[in-house]
Design a protein around this ligand. Structure first.
Ligand code: PLP
Length: 406
């Protein structure tokens, strides 16, 4: 056995076969009003970490609880690490990088979690996976399911961007749009697995989602010349991505491959700032989330407690940005870096821009910042409505070309 589970709230340890979702003791206390308790963290065996330490080059597979024996079947990364020269110049931060997870197969970061859950299903001989999603996790799980021959049952808010829903339908998932919020879809999907069986992939509810997401940190470590960056700016909704990034670095630290954790920077919209409130004010209550950045619009974050804990432990901080700043940042990214991002991803860039002076004052002008651009703008072109205008067509004549003054 390569791992055991530890409850992130009470610290109780569980061996692998005993349970697979939440700490039975702590989850009993969940009241649906404050952030849920009882999420599990995977603790890898010392032997696994020792083996990784001895390698000249590590890959996520060295750190997965359920490693793959066929990585070509659905390749995860390595996604590009981009040095956005014009934006480095504009911000004055010369070691600013973008990690382009929109380049994963389904177009978002969520492939990382879905892949590890698919490997868990394979190892456990399960064929069915149910989940709730704001859109991207569903598309990712459906894509992995199509490639690996799994049945995917997906609960999504009916209001999710149509392109994300269409993706899942095209990949062959059974899509169930819910007349309700993401939080409602979350509860229904758990009821589904309780009633009909299969594995539940809900973000953070299944600890393998965090284990899959940590793959980005293992990639970054190698891409940066076997070093960790000084800070990672992460767009945050449920808090599973930021916890996954932190867990990846924490595994590298435990293996002795790095000697310090990067600062985890929690980037949120002012209209969906539950986890920021927990970090800054110890407020773990529900937030009335209304941001246009649909992927990070979460009232009661499924992994809020663990995410807040990791940010504080890393001596990181929060940055809240308005929806206007997020949408402006989308245009910034396309016009000055050539990167088309969905609003949630652009939130991380909006946050970095707002925070850049503070970043330099905390960590110095040579510090390395990585901004995670987690999802592709192609999935939600409606987000640009009213902000860009398609030029009128010209007549098919050379006279018209002569009139152009640029
Ligand atoms: C593109 C994108 N960015 C960021 C997030 C936020 O991740 P988390 O909910 O784990 O905080 C999501 C979640 O759906 C997402 O799809």
């Amino acid at each position: 056995m390569r791992f055991k589970y530890v409850c992130s709230d009470c610290g109780k340890e569980y061996i692998t076969d005993e349970i697979m979702y939440q700490c039975p003791e702590c989850s009993k206390l969940n009241d649906g009003i404050s952030f849920p308790k009882g999420n599990l963290i995977v603790k890898l065996d010392k032997e696994v970490l020792k083996k990784a330490k001895e390698k000249d080059h590590v890959t996520p597979n060295d750190f997965y609880p359920y490693p793959s024996d066929d990585e070509e079947a659905y390749p995860i990364g390595v996604t590009p690490l981009m040095a956005p020269r014009r934006l480095q110049e504009e911000t004055g931060v010369k070691n600013l990088y973008f990690k382009l997870d929109s380049q994963l197969i389904s177009g978002s970061f969520k492939d990382r979690a879905s892949y590890e859950v698919a490997l868990q299903a394979k190892a456990m001989g399960e064929k069915k996976i149910a989940l709730a999603s704001t859109g991207n996790a569903g598309a990712a799980m459906s894509a992995v399911g199509a490639a690996m021959g799994l049945d995917i049952i997906l609960f999504v808010p009916a209001s999710a961007p149509i392109n994300k829903l269409m993706q899942s339908v095209l990949y062959g998932a059974k899509v169930i749009p819910v007349k309700g919020t993401y939080d409602d879809a979350f509860k229904l999907s758990i009821e589904y697995t309780r009633l009909h069986g299969g594995i539940n992939r809900n973000t953070a509810y299944n600890p393998m989602t965090i284990e899959g997401k940590k793959s980005i940190s293992i990639e970054l470590f190698e891409q940066m010349g076997r070093k960790a960056p000084d800070a990672v700016y992460v767009p945050v909704g449920d808090g599973c991505i930021i916890a996954g990034v932190a867990k990846g670095f924490s595994d590298l630290l435990e293996a002795g491959l790095i000697d310090k954790m990067p600062r985890m920077i929690c980037c949120q919209s002012t209209k969906s700032a539950a986890i920021s409130n927990a970090i800054d004010n110890n407020d773990y209550s529900e937030f009335n989330a209304t941001t246009r950045a649909d992927s990070i619009s979460v009232g009661l974050p499924a992994n809020g407690r663990m995410a807040a804990g990791y940010v504080k432990e890393s001596k990181g901080w929060t940055v809240r940005v308005s929806d206007e700043e997020i949408l402006d940042s989308q245009i910034d990214l396309t016009s000055k870096a050539g990167v088309l991002s969905e609003p949630a991803a652009a939130c991380a860039w909006a946050a970095f821009k707002k925070d850049k002076d503070h970043f330099v004052s905390e960590l110095g002008e040579d510090a390395v910042a990585v901004v995670l651009l987690t999802g592709s703008g192609f999935k939600d072109m409606k987000a640009f409505d009213g902000r860009v205008k398609m030029p009128d067509a010209i007549e098919n004549s050379v006279e018209e070309v002569k009139k152009l003054n640029f």
